[in-house]
Design a protein. Structure first.
Length: 301
């Protein structure tokens, strides 16, 4: 609120309004003087505000210039190289180019470097993430190597994978280390040498060749042993079935003969009954022995 004067006595705007409302009008000359005084005060205030803004802008510009000058004098160049060219480089989440790459101006301090291999769509490739410390006015060269994964497949699967004489796994197998060459072994198949350098898209697939053995003593002995084992199972099983059937047959005939003997009291029928009962008993014993041998051969396999 501005301070006005009436006949040399200061009063406020509220006082001036009260005077106007109380039928004590101001002369036109005094109203003009009041307006001019108020206008001059506004000019002074605006001038002070303008000077303050101008001083603040000048100070900010000087500080910004000093900061830029300080940073420009302490920035450092960084060179990033990888064993696979064309890898995408990110510095603090900003894409800055592909390897081999030189970043001319990096501010001092800690920065995050992320490098994505060219074949990023392959699940066999992994990005590299590293935290680096940039020193003022110090050039750095960073070397990174991607650890290439390789998927080893064989047909049929389950082949043992050897590095020289050391077993490292069975197919299918994913390895991270770049071995120069490996060997696949599987019983009944020829050994196969594989070269990791021949991998296509990180995958090495090998078709194993079957070994056909003929005329060797080992195979003949093995085959004859397997055939003999199967043969004795067949014989004992068949004997048990036939002997059981014969025992049942002789027993039925003995019962029929005994029924005829009861009706006719013929001594010859009684002799026939005794002979058939003896045959049924022998067949029953043969059945039990065959079943015992059959069970023993099965359990001994």
């Amino acid at each position: 609120m501005f301070r006005l004067k009436w006949n040399g006595t200061p009063f406020s705007e509220r006082d001036a309004l009260s005077r106007l409302c109380s039928h004590k009008p101001l002369t036109s000359l005094r109203v003009t003087q009041i307006f001019i005084s108020t206008k001059n005060s506004m000019k002074k205030i605006l001038y002070v505000v303008f000077l303050s803004l101008a001083f603040s802008a000048t100070t900010y510009a000087e500080e910004k210039a000093d900061s830029l000058a300080s940073n420009s004098s302490s920035i450092s160049p960084i060179t990033i190289q990888t064993n696979v060219e064309g890898a995408r480089v990110f510095l603090d989440a900003d894409s800055v180019g592909v390897t081999p790459l030189t970043i001319p101006a990096v501010t001092p301090g800690y920065h995050c470097v992320k490098i994505i291999p060219p074949n990023a769509e392959s699940w066999l490739s992994e990005p590299i993430v590293d935290s680096i410390l940039v020193q003022p006015r110090t050039a750095q060269t960073l070397h990174y190597s991607f650890t290439q994964k390789t998927l080893i497949l064989s047909s049929p699967s389950g082949a043992e994978v050897f590095l020289k004489d050391s077993l490292i796994g069975t197919t299918p197998l994913v390895i991270k280390t770049d071995f120069p060459s490996l060997k696949l072994k599987k019983q009944g198949f020829e050994e196969a040498d594989i070269e990791i350098a021949s991998a296509k898209c990180g995958i090495v697939s090998t078709q194993l060749k079957k070994v056909w053995q003929s005329g060797t003593e080992e195979s003949i002995f093995k085959d004859s042993e397997e055939n003999g084992s199967s043969l004795r199972l067949y014989i004992t099983g068949a004997t048990a079935i036939l002997a059981g059937a014969a025992s049942a047959y002789f027993k039925v005939r003995a019962d029929n003969s005994y029924s005829q003997y009861v009706r006719s009291s013929d001594p010859s029928q009684l002799s026939e009954v005794n002979r058939l009962d003896t045959a049924a008993g022998i067949a029953l014993v043969a059945t039990q022995m065959s079943l015992g041998l059959f069970t023993y051969f099965i359990l001994s396999e």
